[in-house]
Design a protein around this ligand. Sequence first.
Ligand code: KIV
Length: 272
Amino acid sequence: MSVHTEDRKKITVLQLKKMKQQGEKITVLTAYDYTTAKIIDEAGIDVILVGDSASNTMVGNPTTLGITLDQMIYYTKSVVNGTKRSLVIADMPFGTVSGNPLKSLDAAIRMMQETGADAIKIEGGAEIKEDVKKIIDAGIPVMAHLGLMPQSINKYGTYAIRGKEEAEAKKLIEDCLLMEELGAFGILLEKIPAKLASQISKQISIPTIGIGAGVETDGQVLVIQDVMGMNKDFSPKFLRRYADLHTIMTEATKHYISDVKTKNFPSEKESY
Ligand code: KIV
């Protein structure tokens, strides 16, 4: 059965797999607060990702490294409170899943228990194999995040496209196959050649969600502030803006300032 906007039943990870099998694209947007989550949930988005991009978009940090588990739990809980139908995936922030399976499991349990999220997303491949296995064995659905991994910015020194060189593409394919074997329910592929993303999406049975990975992934994800045009300074090739909230909010703010300054607000009708 395919999933339609008017179908108000909660989306599950199993349903995402069915959508891939049926060739129905999976829609994903990020959100970090109750109000935005409620709007995009009611608009029919399949998945809401509480990305660690909150570090950039909500806190103004230069990288995703500056956000903690406690902060991600706070944002995720806010999104869960605003969501009825969409699947909510919470990002595990930098340092919480990094080669110590028991510590990683503790962090993943906190995230699930304290937020009510449906699943978590983890950046990394073979290096964190044991962590991912431990978490999945505990019954927590995991989406892997491969390709460009912003949490490793200090290792690579650039946000440039990944998987262009043969060796890197080979390791990426191996990591995807490994994550599928470990039981991940999906893979987010960030900023890799469209041809490579297409090949991976055909090779594995779990859904791929792309950002800057071409049209052949099983779904697409974008950051909500970018999609809504709230951030004029960020214009990567892969981004399509669907609104110009920067202009709308600037104009509305100016209008409000003017009304207050000129005693045009509040009116008698707006007063008690
Ligand atoms: O944290 C995030 O927002 C992400 C993006 C790649 C969607 O992972």
